[in-house]
Design a protein around this ligand. Structure first.
Ligand code: AQP
Length: 324
């Protein structure tokens, strides 16, 4: 069976961009692949976190994994920090990753821009992400478009290691959706929707109430043309709403644009509220039915399973590098 790995950071409110861009795909993949989905809590530490809030966010994200339909009987769900091999392999991979490569990562440039004290962890984050993926002999990594560059680096690191030390790592392929891989902010549609952006109105959290969803979509920034067509360069706000409608209804963006041509932005927004509230309702109903004990049990059993595989890969790598 082919292996799938992906992770989500417990850094804030998991939003509809995370869900439609990556997490929905996790659920589809679990039936036909051996899947590992991780709460990448070590990644969260690359920017300052309040320890109590982080602890809660880790459990909340695990609960969301279950609520969107991931089934612990089919898939391994765990927290990254519960499997020490992630940190250990990250160090070994950092030692074969070049400073220049990490300096070119656009996410690092964006997240560090204008900040005075930027952690070394934020800079080396892509090497930890490579470790996460390579530990599990991963074939496919479902991610949003913002992670494409990190995935390319992971592939380069795996190939470099294999060339230097002999065949060791599977070189993984990214799985990036054609539509919905980059959902944009509702208030600033030139930027992607983000968990940690200060402006909450820019994102729809998976746990937002129907009223909040309505307020955010109805206030979403569009343009003054009032003519419906899909063009992300010319009409980023409107095109983002069309994309949100398209991925939630499994219809093409052309189809949606044609339907609302002549009806105006107001009708599209109204219908998008209904569709989105409906998407979130299923997730929220399940979310509210899961107990904290159940989450802890899933994470504990998941880490036990993940640890066995991760340790084996780590030992192989240590041996190849001359450590054992
Ligand atoms: N706007 C987005 N549209 C589509 N997919 C997205 N993803 C993130 N934002 C969008 C995908 O969601 C998965 C989990 O993301 P992450 O936790 O790795 O964090 P991130 O990529 O840095 O995204 P955020 O939401 O903006 O978080 P913060 O604010 O903490 O940096 C990934 O597969 C990602 O591609």
């Amino acid at each position: 069976m082919t292996r799938v790995f992906s992770g989500v950071q417990p850094t804030g409110d998991i939003h509809i961009g995370n869900y439609l861009g990556a997490m929905k795909r996790f659920v589809e993949l679990q039936d036909e692949h051996e899947c590992f989905f991780c709460v990448v809590d070590l990644h969260a530490l690359t920017v300052p976190q309040n320890p109590d809030i982080l602890r809660n966010k880790i459990l909340q994200l695990a609960r969301i994994y279950l609520a969107i339909g991931l089934d612990p009987a089919k898939t391994t769900l765990f927290a990254q920090s519960h499997v020490p091999a992630h940190s250990e392999l990250a160090w070994l991979l950092q030692c074969i990753t070049y400073f220049g490569e990490l300096s070119r990562m656009t996410q690092f440039k964006d997240k560090s821009s204008g900040k005075e004290n930027v952690s070394v962890g934020l800079f080396t984050y892509p090497a930890l992400m490579a470790a996460d993926i390579l530990l599990y002999d991963t074939d496919y990594v479902p991610v949003g478009a913002d992670q494409k560059q990190h995935l390319e680096l992971t592939r380069d690191i795996a190939q470099r290691f294999n060339n230097r030390f002999g065949e060791t790592f599977v070189v993984p392929e990214p799985l990036i959706s054609d539509v919905g891989a980059k959902i944009m902010s509702l208030t600033d549609p030139e930027k992607k929707m983000s968990k940690s952006a200060e402006d909450e109105m820019g994102r729809i959290s998976l746990l937002d109430t129907p009223d909040m969803v309505k307020k955010k979509i109805m206030r979403a920034v569009t343009d003054s043309e009032n003519c419906v067509y899909y063009d992300p360069d010319k009409k980023p706000g409107l095109s983002n709403l069309i994309t949100l409608m398209s991925v939630q209804t499994n219809r093409s963006v052309e189809d949606i644009a044609a339907e609302y041509d002549g009806k105006g932005y107001g009708q599209l927004k109204k219908d998008l509220v209904e569709v989105t509230v409906n998407t979130l309702k299923g997730i929220q109903d399940k979310y509210n039915s899961i107990s904290e004990d159940e989450i802890r049990k899933v994470l504990s059993e998941g880490a036990d399973k993940a640890r066995v595989i991760a340790e084996k890969t780590l030992q192989k790598v240590q041996q190849k590098m001359g450590l054992r």
